[in-house]
Structure formats: C-alpha cells, structure tokens
Design a protein around this ligand. Structure first.
Ligand code: SF4
Ligand code: SF4
Length: 100
C-alpha cells in the first residue's frame, strides 16, 4: 500500500456542514488577541492544516474550514485566544469521524 503524504492524508478528511455559513464552528479564535498582545503567534506554524496564517501586513487570521480537530492549537495558545465548544453534532461544523 502506498504511503500517503500529509497533504494527501488531509485531503481524505471529510466534514459535515462546511457549506453552511450560519453554523457554529467547534473552535473559535479571538483574533484581536492574536493581533495585539501575542508575542510569538505560534499557532501559525504548528497547525498542520494551516488554519492560522499571517498576511503580508503581519496580521493573523483564522479559518476553521480545514481544521482536522487535532487539538494542537488548544494547547499551543497560551494567550487565551482559542476556545473550543462541541455543539450538537446536527448543528455543528467539523470533522466527520469515519473510523470511530
Ligand atoms: S498563539 Fe494564540 S494568540 Fe497567538 S496567534 Fe496563535 S491563537 Fe492567536
Ligand atoms: S485543532 Fe489542529 S487543525 Fe484545527 S485549527 Fe487547531 S491546530 Fe489546526
């Protein structure tokens, strides 16, 4: 069996409710903290799905759509900017668990 690259593996992740704009995501980030007091912006390089990015002006932004719910940012952020909430699966947005 062929060994898949990380990008290929990430491409196999499936999601629920990603197309609906009014669905509450499982993770929310207070970007105002990222762009004011955060001295290191570490989540912009530890997130395997590149959900945290820095633009040309040095501003951090976050997009939840590609999140694989690995939990890294929840532990990496020491500034209190990341909050997690698992809403009702029928109403939430996130990874569809295929293998349990
Ligand atoms: S470490 Fe926390 S505050 Fe800093 S950029 Fe990442 S999410 Fe934002
Ligand atoms: S849970 Fe993992 S994939 Fe999702 S935003 Fe945080 S670090 Fe990125």
């Amino acid at each position: 069996m062929k060994n898949l690259t990380l990008t290929e593996r990430l491409g196999l992740v499936s999601y629920r409710n990603q197309a609906k704009s009014n669905i509450k995501p499982h993770i929310q980030v207070d970007i105002s903290i990222c762009n004011s007091v955060c001295p290191h912006k570490c989540t912009t390089y530890v997130c395997p799905a590149n959900c945290y990015k820095i633009d040309d002006e040095g501003q951090v932004f976050f997009q939840v759509e590609d999140c694989i719910e690995c939990g890294t940012c929840m532990y990496a952020c020491d500034q209190g900017a990341v909050s997690w909430n698992y809403p009702d699966p029928e109403e939430g947005r996130g990874v569809t668990w295929n293998f349990g």
